[in-house]
Ligand binder design. Structure first.
Ligand SMILES: Cc1ncc(COP(=O)(O)O)c(C=O)c1O
Length: 367
C-alpha cells in the first residue's frame, strides 16, 4: 500500500512557538505570567490601531480587499524615500506567508534554498514542506552569518538565499561591507531574500537597510513585518518589497483574501502612529542596554543584540533554568530546536519586566 503522506511531510517537525501565557496559568498555576518568549512588543499595539480595530468589527461580514489596495498605498507613501511604489509591495499573512510564497513561486522541485544555521526556522520548515532541498551554512563562532561561506555553498541548483539580518535566534548582524560584497559576488540568477523583521530595532549605521538597494530589486526581496515594532503579531501582517515583476509572480500564488480586514485597518493606523513606534524603539534600546549590562554584571554570557531579544548562554543545558524561570512566572524561549541547548532567548520587556527577569535569574541556583 502507498503511504498516505509524502516523505517530506512525514519528516517535518511542526514549528514550536513560545509557551502561551494561558498554558502557564493552567499548568503551573502562575497567576500573571510575563511572556518574554516571542519577540512581541511589550507596549502592545498603538492606541490608534486599537481604536480602528474596534470600529472594524462592524465590517466583518465583508471579505477584505484581497489586493490590500489602501494598505499598499499607505505603505508606499511611508516608504517613499526608498523609491517604493504599491506595485513593489506584496502583503502577507505575516512575513511567514511571504517566505512560503518565495519558495512556491521561485524554487523548482529540483532546485535548492541556501540559508544560515541557526537562523529563522521557518526557512527550513517551508523548504521541507514544499519538498525543496535546503542547504544550511553554519554561523561564525560569534553567531553572525558567514556570508563568504553562504556564497561558497551556492551551487547550480540554488535559486533562493534566505538571510535574516538581524538574525533570529541570535540577534546578530552582518554589516554593509559584507552585504555589498555578497550582493555583487552572487550569481545574478539567484534571488536574495533579506528578512529584516527586526530592522526598526537596529541602532548601528554600519548595518545595511535592505530598502536602500533599489537597483538590486530584480533579484532582491526584502521582508518586513507588523508583528514586532508595530505590535500586531496577533493579526498577522508582513510585507515584501521587490521589483514589480517578482511581486506579480508571487501574487499568482497568493491565496485570495490572505490578509484579513481587521489586520489591514490596524496596520494602516499603526503606520500613522509614529509616536508609538518611537516610544517602542526607546523602551527597547533602554531595556537592551540594561539587560546586557546586568548579564555582564552577573557573569551571564550573552550575544550583543540589535533586536528586541537577547540570546544568553549558560554554558550547560538551559532546560533547568527555563523551567525555574517559568515557575517564577517568566516565559523565555528555549532554543534547543535551533541546536543551541545551552541558551535561552529572552525578549526585551518593559523596565519593570526586565528588572523582574534579572531578579528572577539571580535568584536561580548558580546563575
Ligand atoms: C527573522 C524573522 N522573520 C520573520 C518572522 C515572522 O514574522 P511574522 O510574524 O510577520 O510572520 C520572525 C518572527 O519571529 C522572525 O524572527
Amino acid at each position: 500500500m502507498k503511504p498516505l503522506v509524502t516523505q517530506n511531510i512525514e519528516s517535518l517537525r511542526p514549528y514550536e512557538p513560545g509557551k502561551p501565557v494561558e498554558e502557564i496559568q493552567r499548568e503551573l498555576g502562575v497567576a500573571d505570567p510575563i511572556k518574554m518568549a516571542s519577540n512581541e512588543n511589550p507596549l502592545g499595539p498603538s492606541p490608534k490601531a486599537i481604536e480602528v480595530m474596534k470600529s472594524a468589527c462592524e465590517q466583518m461580514h465583508y471579505y477584505p480587499d484581497g489586493g490590500c489596495y489602501y494598505l499598499k498605498e499607505k505603505l508606499a507613501k511611508h516608504l517613499k524615500p526608498y523609491d517604493i511604489e504599491p506595485h513593489n509591495l506584496i502583503i502577507g499573512n505575516g512575513t511567514n506567508e511571504i517566505i512560503e510564497f518565495v519558495i512556491r513561486t521561485f524554487v523548482a522541485p529540483d532546485e535548492n534554498v541556501v540559508t544560515g544555521d541557526p537562523s529563522f526556522i521557518i526557512y527550513k520548515l517551508a523548504g521541507i514542506s514544499h519538498n525543496r532541498e535546503e542547504i544550511t551554512v553554519p554561523l561564525k563562532d560569534n553567531l553572525c552569518y558567514d556570508l563568504t561561506a553562504v556564497n561558497r555553498a551556492i551551487n547550480d541548483k540554488t535559486k533562493v538565499v534566505f538571510l535574516a539580518n538581524p538574525n533570529n535566534p541570535t540577534g546578530r548582524v552582518f554589516d554593509i561591507h559584507e552585504f555589498e560584497h555578497f550582493l555583487t559576488h552572487t550569481p545574478e540568477d539567484i534571488i536574495i531574500c533579506l528578512d529584516e523583521a527586526y530592522a526598526e530595532y537596529v541602532d548601528n549605521s554600519e548595518i545595511p537597510n535592505g530598502l536602500e538597494y533599489a537597483p538590486y530589486r530584480s533579484r532582491l526581496i526584502v521582508l518586513r513585518t507588523f508583528s514586532k515594532i508595530y505590535g500586531l503579531a496577533g493579526l498577522r501582517v508582513g510585507y515584501g518589497v521587490s521589483d514589480k515583476s517578482l511581486i506579480s509572480y508571487m501574487d499568482r500564488v497568493r491565496p485570495p483574501f490572505n490578509v484579513n480586514r481587521m489586520a489591514q485597518a490596524a496596520a494602516m493606523a499603526a503606520l500613522d502612529d509614529q509616536t508609538h513606534i518611537r516610544k517602542s524603539i526607546e523602551i527597547n534600546q533602554k531595556g537592551r542596554k540594561y539587560l546586557q549590562s546586568e548579564f555582564k554584571r552577573f557573569g551571564i554570557k550573552y550575544y550583543p543584540s540589535q533586536t528586541n531579544f537577547i540570546l544568553i548562554d549558560f554554558g550547560k543545558p538551559a532546560d533547568s533554568y527555563y523551567q525555574a524561570l517559568l515557575k517564577k512566572g517568566y516565559i523565555t524561549r528555549p532554543v534547543k530546536n535551533y541546536n543551541l541547548p545551552n541558551c535561552l532567548r529572552i525578549t526585551i520587556g518593559t523596565d519593570e519586566q526586565n528588572r523582574g527577569l534579572i531578579q528572577a535569574l539571580t535568584e536561580l541556583p548558580d546563575a
